[in-house]
Design a protein around this ligand. Structure first.
Ligand code: SF4
Length: 510
């Protein structure tokens, strides 16, 4: 059924990104085009532009020595996504008509199930049979090395000149990337030049990984057919969404239950007909109702147990790690109760610099442990939610096996499964409950800890890491912020531990 919301949407174009995550965003974007992008969204666009520049720098401009074939490359001048796509689409069609071997910046529009869509295709590559291969540039890791499978691959520098060769890689699927390729395939099919294959260049800018686009179509079709919501519902992405002030007002006016329980967390209650916070409180359902009331009263934490406690050791170290996407860990930080120690590399990840840095950190941590044991003291290293740290400790040992100072995987596993490696988040979760969650940024302020750089969140840290690799003032400032952010997380973890030991004064029993 095409509803009112669809009618609004049809006035403008839907992109692949609109089809992922909160679909009410699409409604708000069309009703309120005047709301500017958030800083985080602008930074994300900058990262996309940087990725495109990096790939474009590798693309062929002319045949290489020894290439005998004709090679024509057409660069369609870039157009911002919120401007009229018509000139770029015309330029794309002209480039296709000229049988160009490589087209950059292609744009298509189309219409499916009453929805007008637009897709920006970073690259179009002509195949010997005259059909085209759409290739998108993504900041995702689109494939992983894996000797057990093969995937067709074309070197970025040979796009438009060479054919695919099998490579030992396993593809990784990303929903938005899949929608883009599926839309591109539809557009190419409309003009009779679809190859049935699409490609993606991900974090490894040197290769395009290929896969059939047919299997991507059912998911795209379902997303296009999905009825748009007519009312917001708070989800995780609201926290960084430009429309939050508008949606929040609608939600508050309706006392919507998602204000308290975001996403699917309220599904159970909605199915029982409870759609507002007040209704949940009034239903008098025990803990769920009491927590909802606590949330409404602004209570941040409650005790689940009579007495809150935390382990203690003679020598205590709080550890926090920063990784960049899934490329590697560039910063290991530790607070020993007196000083903060950082082990950082600002060089590209995955090589000697990361390995040496990891070895330095590990040697230091194990040195402190050995010194404690030698002095007859107990030792504990703490971490807030140690999934990331455990992953990168293990992966670093695996990836850099054989480098001097790098522990074996077994040594790492032995340590992280020992009682000397303690997850403070687990301690908190076992003893406290919070209507607004139990993140470190929620719990540590209750323990009296405040961050120097309050606005610096995960997304900001990804941006800062990207900038930090330069040598100018902006890079130096980015490094300073990353170190400060990491130090704050280490010190905050220590503050929470101390507060747990003190019995969380002021926190009432549930
Ligand atoms: S604020 Fe939340 S509900 Fe509103 S459009 Fe954004 S993500 Fe969707």
């Amino acid at each position: 059924m095409v509803g009112y919301a669809h009618a609004i949407v049809n006035a403008q174009y839907v992109s692949a990104a609109d089809l992922v995550g909160c679909r009410y965003r699409q409604v708000q974007r069309f009703v309120h085009p005047e709301v500017p992008r958030t800083r985080a969204a602008r930074m994300r666009l900058e990262r996309v532009a940087a990725a495109r520049d990096a790939v474009h720098a590798l693309l062929p401009a002319r045949p290489a020595r020894g290439d005998r074939q004709r090679f024509v490359r057409v660069d369609v001048p870039p157009v911002p996504h919120d401007t009229d796509p018509f000139p770029a689409e015309m330029a794309t069609l002209e480039a296709l008509a000229s049988e160009a071997n490589l087209i950059t910046g292609a744009v298509f529009t189309g219409r499916s199930v009453g929805v007008d869509w637009r897709v920006d295709v970073d690259l179009l590559v002509r195949r010997p049979d005259g059909t085209y291969l759409p290739v998108i540039i993504s900041n995702h890791r689109v494939a992983r090395a894996d000797d057990r499978v093969t995937t067709p691959v074309i070197a970025t520098a040979r796009l438009g000149l060479g054919g695919p060769v099998p490579g030992p890689f396993r593809l990784r699927h990303h929903v938005a990337d899949g929608y883009r390729l599926a839309l591109a395939a539809r557009a190419l099919a409309d003009i009779g030049v679809d190859s049935g294959v699409g490609g993606a260049v991900g974090q490894d800018r040197s290769r395009a990984f290929l896969a059939p686009t047919g299997p991507l179509q059912p998911a795209l079709q379902a997303a296009l057919e999905q009825e748009l919501p007519t009312f917001p519902r708070r989800v995780k992405e609201c926290a960084s969404c430009r429309f939050w002030p508008l949606c929040e007002k609608e939600l508050v006016d309706a006392d919507d239950i998602s204000l308290y329980l975001a996403g699917d967390r309220a599904r159970k209650w909605r199915e029982e007909g409870i759609t507002t916070v007040s209704a949940l409180i009034e239903a008098d359902l025990g803990e769920p109702s009491r927590l909802a009331a606590a949330w409404r009263d602004g209570v941040v934490l409650l005790r689940k147990v009579d007495e809150v406690s935390a382990p203690r050791a003679d020598v205590e170290i709080d550890v926090d790690m920063e990784a960049y996407l899934d490329q590697g860990a560039y910063l290991w930080g530790a607070f020993d109760g007196e000083s903060y120690h950082s082990f950082a590399t600002w060089l590209p990840l995955g090589g000697e610099a990361e390995a040496t840095n990891f070895a330095r950190f590990w040697r230091w941590l194990m040195g402190r442990r050995a010194a404690a044991h030698a002095a007859g003291q107990s030792f504990a290293a703490y971490c807030w939610s140690n999934h990331g740290e455990n992953h990168w400790l293990t992966m670093s040992a695996r990836r850099f096996a054989g480098v001097e100072g790098v522990p074996t995987e077994e040594e790492v596993r032995e340590f992280i499964s020992s009682p000397e490696w303690i997850d403070v988040f687990r301690l908190v979760r076992a003893q406290l409950v919070g209507p607004g969650g139990l993140g470190l940024k929620v719990v540590a302020p209750e323990a009296g800890y405040t961050w120097e750089d309050g606005d610096f969140d995960g997304e900001e840290s990804v941006n800062a890491r990207r900038i930090s690799r330069g040598s100018d003032a902006a890079a130096r400032e980015a490094r300073r912020r990353l170190l400060r952010y990491n130090e704050d997380d280490c010190r905050a973890t220590a503050a929470v531990r101390a507060w747990l030991r003190a019995g969380v004064p002021g926190v009432e029993k549930l």
